[in-house]
Design a binder for this molecule. Sequence first.
Ligand SMILES: CC(=O)SCCNC(=O)CCNC(=O)[C@H](O)C(C)(C)COP(=O)(O)OP(=O)(O)OC[C@H]1O[C@@H](n2cnc3c(N)ncnc32)[C@H](O)[C@@H]1OP(=O)(O)O
Ligand SMILES: CCCC(=O)O
Length: 449
Amino acid sequence: MTYQELYQQKLTSPEEAVKVVKSGDWVEYGAFAGQAYALDAALAARADELEDVKIRGCCTTMPPKIIEADPEGKHFNYSSFHFSGIERKLGQKAQAFFIPMLFHEYPRYYRQELDHGDVKSNVVFIPVAPMDAAGNFNFGPEASHFHAMVEAADTVVVEVNASMPVCYGGYEESVHISDVDIIVENDRPLDEVPPAGFGDIDKKVAEYVMGELFDGACIQLGIGGMPNAIGKMISESDLKDLGIHSEMFTDSMVDMVLSGRVTGKRKNLNPGKHVYTFAMGTKRCYDFLDKNTACAIYPVDYTNDPFVVGSIDNFIAINNCLEMDLYGQASSEAAGIKQISGTGGQADFMLGAYRSKGGKAIMALSSTVTMKDGTVKSRIRPTFDPYTIVTTPRSMMNYVATEYGIVNLKARSTWQRAEALISIAHPDFREDLIKEAEKMNIWRKSNKR
Ligand SMILES: CC(=O)SCCNC(=O)CCNC(=O)[C@H](O)C(C)(C)COP(=O)(O)OP(=O)(O)OC[C@H]1O[C@@H](n2cnc3c(N)ncnc32)[C@H](O)[C@@H]1OP(=O)(O)O
Ligand SMILES: CCCC(=O)O
């Protein structure tokens, strides 16, 4: 049978395809902008027939119809490995639950199932580009953990999207028709996620970070407004021959490449290739990645493995946090019990970049945040409030930058950390921070006043 004949044999409607889901099943959704919209809608339409169907997603750009159809969660239960803005809102209403993870371990959660059952996966719904002549469906700009999900699921359902960019990769960027059970079709443009904005303070922080970059460095940029400010500054700099090895490919990276700052020529791993595991951006970003042989998508257990990252010389990881305490712990994913995002790849890259010869792991944050009620809070705090989630532990903290400077915490004692962090806190909060540090016994007589 030819691949085309096989395709026709497996092709059905979304309504028929979702009949494979039974009460009690675990169903895997896509991640980021890689979402199976038609399958979600068809499953939602079956709400009244089903009980206890558990769904796992990740950082979705798609408001799930299964939740719209069943807001009280009587039939479906939705969990996510990383909250997007959509899931953050659902989480506030107990319509989405969070699954803590280290991003580089994500594929392993599925593969362990084959050995001793960390997760159970009955059905996977996955969006793909149209089949190529060799029978492969490309996952588009979201390789991440997709191949591992396909391996673990009892039934693999793909939603073929003619608008999906085709992203060439190192490995595990596609699924072969022989591993697919059911095919549906649904053409729709990928969701666009415009880059988070940044202001003058972010730019000042970015200037301190820029001071740590050098020709030939290999860069990872995290998620949020601050990394975007840095990406823009890089593209306007005169840095040469930078490399990209990142988890997420962004619009600011398109600028970094098109401005000529990034060539990848000096990378000792994957030279000449801009390496990533998923993209979230505008159509311009997706078009840039489409069939671009200078870009290589890999599974996340490669891009984010701290040992892989650590093997890349001159690796500079730049990430963002919400708050830091005087010991150097970073809280980046939650405000108290409100889950905002997730650990994602932050801890992976903080560890990996420090392992790299010539590498640096930089946490960039503005010194203050203005809350919705207008109060201005220092992001550098003596201690965290109860229930605060630590994303990067103090033992992994390296460089920290605010608009008042950049300090290195590695191998520094508690008093050195307190002194360094207070020196880059907003001046209005420094005296109070010193008083608290004194109470905490981490301020010495010799510390500067
Ligand atoms: C993609 C890679 O390569 S990833 C590797 C990196 N991954 C990570 O670092 C994961 C963790 N980090 C993150 O998720 C992001 O970097 C963040 C959340 C720290 C910053 O992202 P940004 O988009 O710039 O955050 P933003 O300033 O918009 O704030 C997000 C929310 O947190 C709230 N918030 C921000 N600071 C605080 C604070 N100190 N206290 C309470 N709430 C806060 C904001 O009000 C906003 O909430 P809302 O959407 O309900 O209004
Ligand atoms: C799950 C990926 C997103 C991030 O690392 O922040």
